[in-house]
Design a protein around this ligand. Structure first.
Ligand SMILES: *[C@@H]1O[C@H](CO)[C@@H](O)[C@H](O)[C@H]1NC(C)=O
Ligand SMILES: *[C@@H]1O[C@H](CO)[C@@H](O)[C@H](O)[C@H]1NC(C)=O
Ligand SMILES: *[C@@H]1O[C@H](CO)[C@@H](O)[C@H](O)[C@H]1NC(C)=O
Ligand SMILES: *[C@@H]1O[C@H](CO)[C@@H](O)[C@H](O)[C@H]1NC(C)=O
Ligand SMILES: *[C@@H]1O[C@H](CO)[C@@H](O)[C@H](O)[C@H]1NC(C)=O
Ligand SMILES: *[C@@H]1O[C@H](CO)[C@@H](O)[C@H](O)[C@H]1NC(C)=O
Ligand SMILES: *[C@@H]1O[C@H](CO)[C@@H](O)[C@H](O)[C@H]1NC(C)=O
Ligand SMILES: *[C@@H]1O[C@H](CO)[C@@H](O)[C@H](O)[C@H]1NC(C)=O
Ligand SMILES: *[C@@H]1O[C@H](CO)[C@@H](O)[C@H](O)[C@H]1NC(C)=O
Ligand SMILES: *[C@@H]1O[C@H](CO)[C@@H](O)[C@H](O)[C@H]1NC(C)=O
Ligand SMILES: *[C@@H]1O[C@H](CO)[C@@H](O)[C@H](O)[C@H]1NC(C)=O
Ligand SMILES: *[C@@H]1O[C@H](CO)[C@@H](O)[C@H](O)[C@H]1NC(C)=O
Length: 709
């Protein structure tokens, strides 16, 4: 009769479970806990350098708080002091996202996290979360070189910088980009959390949970040591952080043997450089339009203007075009290239560098003034440098005279703005100039922020243009950048020793500038960019929409279809400097099998070609365009506490998520839990009682227990 006993006891338990279930459902609003996952969110992540950690993170299981929309000063007081339901998850309009508000949040234990609604409405006159003196410790000015100029003593380059990007927050901070999702949150907030006549809202309340737990802590030194330890002792090593890294793009007007390193040629080089990357407070949210794109577009348009003339009338010096990655993080790209040059591990040698022209921010927002910045220390110290710099300035003045730009130079005592050129000067006193649209501090009011976008660069289109029409529409910004590009191209030709009589043949095409601007600040997924990329990259849907990624990548570690600016600049350079060959796809991948081709001198690109109906399909382009690693030498040398080289790493994480749901009051939740636990204990007790007293209870069966066994 054990069967019977079991049946009864099972039924008892069933009954109890049912009772428990009804208790839960009826006594609380658990059934109202509907989670809404938010999709288009951007986190602020943790970065580390030799000595600090910056950025944001949540706890391991995500941080939760009651939603409160910050729209006025009284909301701020509610959140920080008087609201009865802390911790709060603060939803912030753009206008409130400032250093002072964020620091008050940081200081308060009543804040679980912050979500910023990204929009240009209510945007302040200026906003730069960067420091006032970018790359302060890794430029050329230091105790050893122009100590009186170090630390922006003479010129504060980014006076609007509030340093928010360099703060360390112990709670998650997200950006909300999608309008519709913002509506979901607002509705939930308005339905449940609104204060009515100043009194506290009632449960259930709308809450938000943010997940952005970061694996790395403290600083790069600690993180790398822990990662090394893991690698040594664990079968399943876990990497905690990765050095920021990507690739520089370079090309030269006369092809160089990429297999031969060090001083293998006695050619003299003029370097034309600009930077490729930008950053902002939020991860991968760096449009960098004026800060970076203006320079990239100018240099690419200059290459396009130069090439036809260079082929017909090559100047005696070789022109070396360099696009540096990771410059926002203590000059990662340029310091690596200079490091390789110094160790004779690069195709060109520092001693072969004749001079350098760098394109800085040239957005030309304030009229059409351009400024030639130079280094006072090397000019004072060396007469040959002084002579060459004055010559360069004189030449550029005479070229500008024939163009619609006005060009001037700041006082000779003013130091260089933050620039890759500074890393070259650290190694050797090279004559050079940095071209920019600011005389002293930056005119860019949104430097290294998510608002340095198309609008900041003044790229706007008449309404009702189709994407294809916009692509070729010559905006005012395009026309003025074309002038700058012409100035740059002619100056480079002249600097390379080219003949004056050819200068007037060099003119940048505003149409190319327009296309470049459209691709880099509005939409990379356009027909022109597609035609320059490999077919497997342009197959439908792979190119995501919007501008390319300007935040420096992490090499092979990728997160979905994000396309780094490096890829685009590399392929545009291939188009502008290359020649179309008749190689097949397999030949293009292995050109060494063909006697007339040479992989030492050229790279080969299999590209889609025009999408027009009568186009001949993909073809192979041969171009002297190369990538070179942009990873700080500090990691190669394993000097994770380096003072000379960038030490920035990015923490790893498991998940980045955000969701909104309703919560019952804590008392109610506790009550639910308490009742649940009590019922569970009771059921266990009853079961125990039933089985231990089974013989007594079911003894009517009159069977001797022994026979059952
Ligand atoms: C942070 O809080 C401390 C005291 O808790 C106060 O002394 C300090 O001024 C606060 N800082 C800011 C920026 O509000
Ligand atoms: C800053 O520059 C001024 C002159 O412009 C100089 O007198 C002063 O010593 C400098 N400060 C430092 C710390 O070098
Ligand atoms: C690391 O970053 C912090 C925060 O910006 C800065 O104060 C510090 O000087 C940096 N450390 C080094 C070695 O550059
Ligand atoms: C928002 O929702 C509306 C209608 O539901 C839709 O038409 C629109 O495309 C959505 N916007 C975004 C950015 O998803
Ligand atoms: C996020 O995406 C999921 C699935 O694509 C969708 O069900 C959900 O409604 C989206 N969330 C919002 C707030 O749009
Ligand atoms: C708020 O107060 C006003 C008058 O002070 C009153 O008319 C109104 O009914 C109140 N609303 C609620 C929801 O209590
Ligand atoms: C390039 O340099 C390598 C190594 O010095 C050499 O073997 C090769 O022949 C060179 N190629 C050309 C085309 O000069
Ligand atoms: C160096 O230059 C001289 C002429 O100036 C030339 O004859 C010689 O071949 C060059 N050497 C190399 C390695 O290019
Ligand atoms: C420059 O232009 C002139 C006149 O248009 C032409 O005769 C000459 O060949 C051109 N030179 C070059 C190097 O293109
Ligand atoms: C000035 O030049 C001399 C040699 O020409 C060099 O030794 C010295 O380091 C230079 N000074 C600075 C500040 O670079
Ligand atoms: C560059 O692109 C244009 C189309 O935009 C094409 O006509 C031309 O052949 C390409 N040239 C090279 C070298 O790829
Ligand atoms: C490609 O062009 C070269 C001359 O530039 C020619 O010798 C060769 O036969 C061509 N190959 C094909 C497959 O057409």
């Amino acid at each position: 009769m054990r069967k019977m006993e079991k049946l009864i006891s099972i039924n008892c338990v069933k009954l109890l479970i049912t009772a428990l279930f009804y208790t839960c459902v009826s006594c609380s609003s658990v059934e109202q806990k509907i989670y809404v996952e938010l999709n288009d969110t951007v986190p602020c992540v943790r970065l580390l350098n030799a000595t600090h950690q910056i950025g944001c993170q949540s706890s391991m299981s995500g941080d939760t708080g009651v939603l409160h929309v910050l729209e006025s000063e009284s909301d701020l007081d509610w959140i920080l002091n008087t609201g009865p339901h802390p911790p709060y998850m603060v939803i912030m309009e753009t206008a409130f996202f400032s250093r002072s508000v964020m620091l008050r949040m940081k200081n308060s234990s009543r804040v679980a996290g912050v979500a910023v609604i990204v929009s240009r409405t209510g945007l302040a006159e200026n906003f730069s979360p960067h420091t006032t003196c970018p790359n302060q410790n890794t430029g050329v000015y230091s105790a050893k070189y122009g100590p009186e100029l170090a630390n922006c003593n003479v010129t504060t380059w980014n006076p609007l910088g509030n340093g928010l990007s360099y703060e360390d927050f112990a709670f998650p901070v997200f950006a909300l980009k999608d309008e519709n999702q913002t509506q979901v949150i607002r509705k939930c907030y308005e339905d449940h959390n609104l204060r009515l006549n100043g009194s506290a809202p009632q449960y259930p309340l709308c809450a938000m949970q943010l997940f952005s737990h970061m694996h790395a802590v403290t600083d790069t030194v600690t993180c790398m040591r822990r990662t090394d330890l893991q690698n040594r002792f664990s079968i399943n090593p876990e990497i905690l952080c990765d050095p920021l890294n990507d690739y520089n793009v370079w090309a030269s007007t006369r092809p160089l043997n990429n297999s031969a390193k060090g001083q293998t040629t006695n050619e003299s080089f003029v370097i034309a450089a600009t930077r490729l990357d930008g950053r902002s407070f939020f991860w991968q949210e760096a449009p960098a339009a004026e800060g970076t794109v203006s320079g990239i577009v100018t240099l690419l348009a200059a290459v396009q203007a130069l090439y036809p003339v260079i082929q017909l009338a090559p100047p005696p010096r070789n022109i070396f075009f360099a696009f540096f990655q990771g410059e926002a993080f203590d000059y990662i790209g340029s310091s690596k290239m200079v490091y390789d040059m110094e160790r004779k591990e690069f195709v060109i040698d520092l001693n072969n560098v004749h001079s350098m022209l760098e394109i800085g921010q040239v957005g030309l927002r304030n009229g059409r003034d351009l400024w030639m910045h130079s280094d006072p220390i090397s000019r004072m110290n060396s007469s040959s440098v002084e002579e060459e710099v004055s010559d360069m300035m004189k030449n550029m003045h005479s070229i500008a005279a024939g163009l619609n730009v006005s060009l001037d130079e700041p006082p000779a005592s003013q130091p260089l703005p933050p620039s890759s050129f500074q890393r070259f000067l650290r190694a050797r006193q090279i004559p050079g100039l940095v071209l920019a649209d600011h005389r002293t501090s930056f005119v860019n009011r949104y430097y290294e922020s998510m608002y340095d976008d198309a609008e900041n660069l003044n790229v706007s289109y008449p309404p009702n243009l189709s994407p294809e029409e916009k692509l070729v529409y010559e905006t005012e910004a395009a026309k003025s950048l074309a002038e700058v590009a012409t100035l740059v191209a002619r100056s480079l030709y002249k600097q390379a020793g080219g003949d004056d009589s050819n200068l007037n043949n060099i003119t940048a095409d505003p149409k190319i500038v327009a296309q470049l601007l459209y691709g880099f600040v509005i939409q990379k997924n356009n027909s022109w960019f597609q035609s320059l990329l490999p077919p497997d990259l342009t197959k439908k849907g792979i190119l995501s929409s919007g501008p390319p990624q300007f935040y420096i990548g992490l090499g092979p570690r990728t997160y979905g279809p994000v396309h780094s600016v490096t890829l685009f600049v590399q392929h545009i350079m291939a188009n502008l400097t290359g020649t179309v060959t008749n190689l097949t796809e397999t030949q293009c991948q292995k050109p060494d099998d063909i006697s007339t081709e040479n992989k030492d001198l050229y790279a080969y690109f299999w590209v889609s070609g025009s999408t027009a109906v009568n186009s001949s399909g993909p073809f192979c382009v041969r171009a002297p365009v190369r990538l070179s690693k942009a990873m700080s030498p500090a990691f190669e040398r394993q000097e994770y506490g380096s003072q000379d080289y960038s030490t920035w790493t990015e923490s790893r994480w498991k998940s980045i998520r955000a969701r909104v749901f309703l919560v019952a009051s804590r008392e109610l939740e506790m009550l639910t839990l308490g009742v649940g636990v009590a019922v569970l204990l009771l059921s266990l007790l009853v079961t125990y009682f039933l089985s231990s007293k089974a013989e007594l209870l079911f003894s009517s069966a009159r069977e001797t227990p022994t026979t059952t066994y």
